[in-house]
Every structure is written in C-alpha cells, then in structure tokens.
Design a protein around this ligand. Structure first.
Ligand code: PHE
Length: 342
C-alpha cells in the first residue's frame, strides 16, 4: 500500500469513528488514539525514518494534511455533540412557567406591630433606649420593689396568674424598669414594650394577655413638666399636630404624684363624639413621678435624682389609631381582618 492510500484510509476510518462517537468522552478517546503521542498519526510519522531523504518532504506534507483534516473533523463533531448535549440539558431542566400554582400570599405586620414600631421610632428619636425583660417574673420585681407589698389592696387591680407564691406572669412591664434601675446608674432613659398578663375576663376592651409600653426617665431635676412635654411630643407624632394631652390626678403605688393622661379625641378632634362619650377627650395613659420609695428600693438616691414613668396599653392605641372597636380582633388571627392592614 502506498503512503497516499494509507493516509486516505486513516482519514476515512477516522471520519467513520467520529460520526459514531456518541458523546464528548468518546470523542476525546478518539482524539488521543489518533493524534496523541502514541496515536496512529504519530506512528505513521515515525515510519518516516525508513524513507529516503527525497521522499521525506512529500510524506511530511501528507501527514500534515491528514492531521489538519482530522483536527477539522474533530472540531466539527465536537461542535455537534456540544450542541446536542446543551439541547438535551435544556429539555431536561425546562420549567413550564405557564403551569398554574398556589401562590403563597404575602404576609404583613400585625397592626399592633405597626403601631409599636411607630411608638419605638418616636421614643428612640427622643433619645430613649428600648429594653425588654422576662414575662415570667419574680413577685419582687413585679410588685414589691414597685411599692406594692404582699396583701396590699393595689394587688387586686393587677391580679394575675401565679406560678407559685413568688413567681408570677408579669402584670405590667414596670419590672423591667426595676431591673434596669438596679443594674444601671442614672441617668436612665428607657422604654419597655412587651406582653403582660392579668386575670381579666375577655371582652371588647379586656384580655388576659395584652401589651404595654412603659417609659422611664431618671436624672437630676426631672419634673412633671418633662413628662408633659414628652407625652405631648408622643401624642403629636402618633396622632397628628392637633392632638394635645390633659393630665388628671390619679393614684399608682409606684408614682407620686400620679396622673391619668387623656388625649384629644382623635376621632372628633375634641368636638365630642361617641368614641369620647361627648367629652372631647380619651383616656390613654397612666404616669407620674417615680415614688422616692421605689427609687430607694432600686438603689437610686431620691435626694439626688428624680424621674418620671408612664405606661400605655398597645392594644388601646392601636384600636384608636385604626378605629378598631373590639380588642378581640387583635388576638383572633382572622386573616380577613388582618389582611386589611397589609
Ligand atoms: N404600670 C402601670 C400599669 O400597668 C402603668 C404605669 C406605669 C403607671 C408607669 C404609672 C407609671 O397599670
């Protein structure tokens, strides 16, 4: 067989093998067996040593042409196989975007959460820090340090769930304030939002579980005027510039003097309506100057420092803000109700 035939045969065999190679791996094996160091073409080239010097250039050219032809076929087949594999992958991984699905409905913050966020924003803006504490609380923090000793009649208004004689579900977030006074030095400027518990029957305005936001400021020369200014700023920020506060004398064991704080009725802006029972005012907060007995019990010298405290029910201000008439809506988790606030 002459050289030309040999090379033509090799190319033809290679062409056939390439067409039969069904994937890139098989193709690569062919590349090695044809063009590799121990491949057939290299083998032919080695045979050049037996040729006479005159024959060699023509033979070399022949081999080079064969190499080029084989490389071209290889590249063509590689392109084909790659396209084929890509097409197969696309088909296997295809997603039918036209299929109908159950779209998950997007959740939204609870109205309580929205109002709490607004209140927190307001007080953080006034330089307050947000502090939280345990819902299962020692009697000492919930009552005794706040000037409500055992068997004191003030406990009746805050009857709660007892784990044992000394452990209760907290009735307000004031125990957080006691904890902060005991563990930090004055000045103190905090708000304490959180869940609280009382042995109350469920009705449109009561629930055994509800939320409070209480505030405490302790510093030198703090007065009732500071309380008035702070709560005024709070009322304006939450309900608008036309809302002011009205202080009425009241009683809390942990503040002296104590006050009930009314806001201008946010529905009628003071003209008188059903919500404010014709008075133009709605009762929203309790507050006062921290009782010196409480300061002393919590390790703060009442001859140097004074402070004010206040407490507000989150559900109450949420209901006012959105015109919700029954507190139970806020707890029942009925999606038809909650969806209105998304
Ligand atoms: N802790 C009181 C309550 O839950 C609210 C309050 C806080 C009143 C601070 C005065 C001062 O009834």
């Amino acid at each position: 067989m002459d050289n030309q035939t040999m090379v033509t045969n090799l190319i033809n065999t290679a062409r056939k093998a390439f067409t039969q190679a069904s994937d890139l791996k098989a193709l690569d094996a062919l590349r090695v067996s044809l063009l590799g160091k121990k491949g057939e073409l290299t083998g032919l080239l080695r045979g050049m040593g037996q040729l006479s010097p005159e024959e060699r250039p023509a033979f070399g050219q022949l081999i080079n042409q064969a190499r080029e032809a084989i490389e071209q076929m290889l590249a063509d087949r590689e392109g084909q196989l790659k396209a084929q594999e890509q097409a197969m992958r696309l088909q296997a991984e295809a997603i039918d975007v036209t299929l109908p699905t159950d779209l998950p409905r997007l959740g939204a913050p609870h109205p309580n959460t929205k109002v709490l966020d607004a209140v927190v924003d307001c007080f953080v803006g006034l330089g307050f820090e947000v502090v939280e504490g345990p819902e299962i609380e020692l009697d000492r923090y919930n009552f005794e340090l706040l000037n409500i000793p055992k068997n004191h009649p003030a406990r009746d208004a805050q009857d709660t769930f007892y784990i044992d004689d000394n452990i209760v579900l907290r009735t307000h977030t004031s125990p957080v304030q006691a904890r902060v006074m005991l563990s930090q030095k004055a000045p103190i400027r905090i708000i304490c939002p959180g869940r609280v518990y009382r042995a109350d029957e469920v009705d449109a305005t009561h629930s055994p579980v509800f939320h409070q936001i209480e505030g405490l400021v302790i510093d030198k020369d703090v007065t009732m005027a500071d309380l008035r200014g702070t709560l005024g700023a709070f009322a304006r920020q939450l309900y608008g510039d036309s809302i002011t506060t009205r202080f009425r004398p009241s009683f809390f064991p942990f503040t002296e003097p104590s006050t009930e704080v009314d806001l201008t009725c946010i529905v009628c802006k003071g003209a008188g309506c059903r919500v404010c029972k014709g008075t133009g005012w709605i009762e929203v907060l309790g507050g006062g100057m921290v009782n010196p007995k409480v300061l002393k019990a919590c390790g703060i010298d009442p001859t140097v420092y004074s402070g004010f405290a206040f407490g507000v029910g989150l559900e109450r201000i949420t209901m006012l803000r959105y015109g919700i008439s029954d507190m139970r809506w806020l707890f029942e988790g009925d999606e038809r109700f909650l969806r209105q606030f998304s």
